[in-house]
Write a protein that binds this ligand. Structure first.
Ligand code: IMP
Length: 432
């Protein structure tokens, strides 16, 4: 397996609803990397990497961290729960990680009251069918505070007087809001919370830096950098299925605001597509499979949330959504994952357009009541046999090639790699 790495900078982005298998793609592309960076989201993400049969689950750290010479950067666009980060660093147990981990001083901090509000809002939203079904990690409230200019940043954990001032303001605000709006008694003591935050700060202090300088100098000195997206295009807060989305921009554009580098510095934009569709959380899915086929895919594919353990909803691949993702991000390469999960199905379907009443549309509508009426128009493909012996592109069955070539043609983007199993080795690099 040899990856074509004629790029200096690349970004790996989810083209669907998250959980496309980005972690594996990053890991495979990571062989010669100098630097891997995450630029948005927080521990709502869950990335699984399998190396030599051993499964590693990550929420905040980029998946390329298992390459021991690769610097790991958590950029300013991320939102970080410091207790989760410290636990993850310990759990991963990579001996030299603390010497090559860089955390942006400008990244925002998730606090316990963000999590309490996230849960309370989700419960309320569910009653009016407006909740995205959040991961309860505090993501919506922390990004809302960032935009309202109320947030606490990683650097504040190293600056006691500023932390005292900002935390006091937020603490009083949230205590009132949780009590009088949501009817919750928030029993955290100010002094205890402040002491905890200062202690996280002192643990992480050696790693908190201005990551924009670090990335600029890595770029200028010719280092190879991979940016790792979290979630996926359909969860983008502007262009996804709002309000059933996450609270950050999940695409190429977020590289600019999320890292401090101009997005045009990115040489390669890799869209990761799972061979079918899955999502955790709420909101209409035109191709959803609420039948034994969906259940079989869920079981074969072990489609349970990495972060929350929730069973994922399953559907056929949706090209309307993939065209939207491709147009938004300008993918220059595709990676198609989990092709092995569709092995032995008699037929495999791909949604090519939506039918709304008597009209056929090929784009993703912003109007929710139109989207709710969208029925999938399918093209059917024959299933393919076992892929366990497939090591090279010419080992792949014709039926599978027909399926992947159709996606390539429809999206007008060459394919970079095909994943035919969970392990790093079960990856076929395709020459475009
Ligand atoms: P939040 O990001 O926790 O606020 O959740 C908002 C929506 O995004 C929910 O439907 C979540 O299930 C979904 N979501 C957030 N992060 C991920 C992810 O990494 N993979 C898949 N879905 C996600």
């Amino acid at each position: 397996m040899k990856v074509d790495q004629i790029w200096q900078t690349a970004v790996v982005l989810g083209a669907q609803w998250g959980d496309e298998g980005k972690g594996k793609v990053v890991d495979v592309l990571g062989e010669s990397l100098d630097c891997a960076a995450r630029f948005q989201g927080g521990n709502n993400a869950g990335h699984t990497v399998v190396i030599n049969g051993q499964t590693h689950k990550l929420n905040l750290l980029p998946s390329a961290l298992f390459h021991p010479n690769c610097n790991i950067v958590l950029c300013n666009g991320m939102v970080i729960d410091p207790s989760v980060l410290i636990e993850e660093i310990e759990r991963v147990g990579s001996s030299n990680l603390t010497h090559r981990l860089f955390i942006s001083d400008r990244a925002h901090v998730i606090l316990p009251f963000h999590i309490a509000k996230d849960k309370a809002l989700d419960a309320l939203g569910k009653k009016s069918q407006l909740a995205a079904g959040s991961t309860h990690r505090g993501i919506g409230p922390v990004y809302a505070d960032k935009m309202a200019r109320l947030g606490i940043r990683m650097i504040d954990l190293l600056d006691e007087p500023i932390l005292e001032q900002k935390l006091r303001f937020l603490f009083d605000l949230y205590t009132k809001e949780l009590k009088y709006v949501f009817g919750l008694d928030f029993d955290l003591d100010f002094a205890t919370l402040k002491a905890e935050l200062l202690s996280y700060g002192s643990t992480l202090a050696p790693n908190i830096v201005d990551t924009t300088f670090l990335l600029r100098s890595a770029l200028n000195s010719g280092q190879q950098i991979l940016f790792e997206g979290a979630q996926g295009a359909m969860l983008d807060v502007d262009f996804g299925l709002y309000p059933y989305s996450t609270s950050s921009n999940t695409g190429l554009a977020a590289i600019g605001t999320g890292t401090g580098l101009p997005p045009w510095k990115i040489d390669r934009v890799i869209g990761v597509i799972k061979a079918y569709l899955s999502r955790v959380g709420d909101g209409y899915l035109p191709t959803e499979l609420l039948d034994p086929v969906g259940n079989t895919i869920r079981e074969y594919g072990q489609e349970y949330g990495t972060t929350t353990g929730r069973p994922r909803r399953i559907g056929w691949l949706d090209l309307v959504q993939l065209r939207h993702a491709t147009a938004l991000n300008g993918f220059t390469r595709l990676a198609i994952t989990k092709l092995d999960i569709l092995t032995w199905f008699k037929e495999i379907k791909v949604c090519v357009a939506y039918k709304v009443g008597s009209q056929i549309i090929d784009h993703f509508p912003a109007k929710l009541s139109t989207y709710h009426q969208c029925e999938p128009v399918y093209k059917t493909f024959p299933g393919w046999p076992d892929l366990s012996a497939a090591l090279h592109a010419n080992d792949l069955p014709d039926q599978l090639l027909k399926f992947v070539n159709f996606i390539k043609q429809e999206l007008g983007v060459p394919i970079e790699l095909l994943s035919v199993g969970a392990d790093r080795e079960q990856t076929i690099i395709v020459s475009p």
